[in-house]
Design a protein around this ligand. Structure first.
Ligand SMILES: [Zn+2]
Length: 176
């Protein structure tokens, strides 16, 4: 269960592998963060609602498709009214992939089951169910952000990937 911001950066990286359009990069970031909206009850201290909602319907690729359709239709309408270009099909593909990358990442790094098959099956997945080894970090300097070694590996890989991309883009801008 990596930190929500890491999911956003993963969504950004998914979008960036298709396009450099800032609109699509922002969409990828947003789609990557969205599933964790089901963690909001935690912010107002409702632990039981959090336990009920988290890793539920918002962590399913089908929900990603529905939300992607809604987002892309609204954006397409908005950019059309502004007479601006908007690649709707690509935007939809990026949204669904960036959204789905979130629960997939969670499955690898969380023993909290994820309702991946919603609404068709009770296809609950987790690192434990799939037999993926994942160990809590005993002496943890970031207990609210990183829980396990898989969290740590995913977070570091994402940050290195992002930093590498920023570095590459900067070099290109300078014409090196
Ligand atoms: Zn999540």
């Amino acid at each position: 269960m990596p930190f929500t911001l890491i999911h956003g950066i993963i969504g950004y990286l998914v979008a960036r592998s298709f396009s450099k359009d800032p609109k699509l990069l922002a969409l990828g970031f947003t789609a990557g963060v969205l599933p964790d909206l089901d963690g909001l009850p935690l912010l107002w201290g409702n632990i039981s609602l959090f336990q009920e909602w988290h890793h539920g319907i918002l962590h399913s690729p089908f929900t990603g498709m529905v939300l992607g359709l809604i987002f892309v239709l609204i954006l397409a309408y908005f950019f059309k009214s502004q007479k601006k270009e908007f690649p709707a099909k690509l935007a939809f593909a990026i949204f669904v992939l960036a959204f789905t990358a979130h629960p997939v990442t969670d499955i690898f790094s969380s023993d909290w089951e994820i309702n991946f098959g919603f609404p068709f099956t009770e296809w609950n997945l987790s690192s434990t169910i799939l037999g993926i080894p994942d160990f809590p970090i005993a002496v943890n300097p970031f207990p609210l952000l990183i829980y396990t070694y898989n969290d740590l590996i995913i977070s570091l890989a994402t940050l290195f990937g992002f930093a590498g991309l920023v570095w590459k883009d900067r070099k290109k801008r300078k014409g090196l």
